[in-house]
Design a protein around this ligand. Sequence first.
Ligand SMILES: [Zn+2]
Length: 425
Amino acid sequence: MSFFSAILCLADASGSDYIKGQNAYKASRYGYAIQLFEKDLKQRPENSYSYFYLGLCYAKTNKKVLAKKAFEKVLEIENMKTFSSKGERPNAVLLKKAQKNIAVMTNRQIKATGNTQKAKAIIQTHAGKSDNYLTHALQSNGKVAHWALSKMPLKIYVSSGQGVPGWNSSMNQTVTYAMGVWHRASGKKIKFKLTRNRKEADIVVKWRRSFGHNRVGVNPFESIGGHIVRSDMILATSYPNGKPLGYNEIQGTAIHELGHALGVQGHSPYPEDVMFFSKNPIQGNTLTLRDKKTIQLLYQQKADITNGTNVSPSQTKQVYGLITQGNQELTQNPGRALSYYQKAYRIDPRNKDVAKSMAIARYNLGIQAMNAGVNAAKRQNKAQARVKFQEAVRLFEGLSQSSTAPSGTAQNLKDARRNLQLVSQ
Ligand SMILES: [Zn+2]
C-alpha cells in the first residue's frame, strides 16, 4: 500500500519527453517510447497520460503484467485527484479507457496461461461492476487464490517490533483489529488464531521502520504450484520521509495488507475502499460494502491456489523443492526423477502436483522401456524385447487407471501390448 501524497505542481517544461514519447509510440518505436515516458514520469510522477501510454507500449510488446500495472497507475492517479487541493477532477474518459485496457490485459494473461473458463466468466460477470472489484482481486495470471475454508482458522504470528524505531507493543493490536474486520466481512467464514509458533504460522506479521517507494506496508504472498506457502505482512511504523505513522494509519494499513494476505491480489479502483491503491483521506478504518462484497465473492470462487493439504508451509516448500529436483532429471533419467517425486509424496500424499509429476515420470519410464524393447527386437534379442515391452505395458496399465494419466497413455498401452504380442510369437 502506498500513502497519499499531495500532487506537486511542476513546471510543464519537461513535457517534451512526453510529446517525444507519443511520437515514438506512433512510429511503433515502443522500446524508445518507454524510455521517454519513464523519463517524463521522473519529472512528473503524477502524469497519468504517461502511464497510460506506457501501458500501451507494454501491451504492444506483450508485457502484460507491466501493461496492467501502468494502467492501474492511471486509475490510482486519476482517482486521487478527488483529494487534490487544486480542485482537480478525475478524467473520466481516461479512467474508462484504462479500465477497459486492464480488462483486455487480464484476458490476455488468462489466455497465455491457458487458465480456466472460470476466470473468463468472472471477468465477464464482474468487470466494471460498481458493487465489487473481484476482477482486480484475481492473481496476475487470472487465477483465484484464497485459503481453504476447511483449514480455518488461519494461524497468525505477530513478531515483536522490539528494536524497530517508533514501534510499541500496542501496535500489535492493529493486527488483531484487522483480523476481526475481515472475519466479520466474510460472514465469519474466515477465521484467525494467533499463534506463538512462528514455524506453523500461515501469516507472519513483521515490523519495519519504513519503506521506500511511497509504501507503508507490503505483503509477500508466496505460492508454489497451486499452493499458498505463506502470506506475510510487513508493516511500517513511519512514512518513507521518517514521519511516524499514527495508530489509525497503521490500523488502516494492517487491514489493507491483511486483505492482500487473504488473497486479494490487486487493488480496488475506488478511493473510498480500504483496498484502494493508496491511503487517502476518505478511507475509513473499516471496510466499505464493496470491500466486503469482494472478499465474499472471492471466497465463493473455487480456488486455483490454496492450502488444501495437511502439511506445514515449510513442508510444502520441501515438496516443491523435490519436484524441482525431479523435473531436472525428468527427460534424462525419469527413474531418478520418480524417486524425488516419491519422496515428495511421502511428505504430502494429497498434493496434486506431486501426483501429476509421478505420472509423467512413469510415462517417460514407459516410453524408455518401449524404446529399449524396439532396439532389442531390432537386434533380434526377443527375450530382452519381451522384458522391456512387459515393463512398458505394466507402467502404462498402471497409469491408465489413474486420473493423472498423460494424454498419450491409452495409445502407448495399445502399442506396447501389440509389440509384446509380436515378440512373443
Ligand atoms: Zn496494496
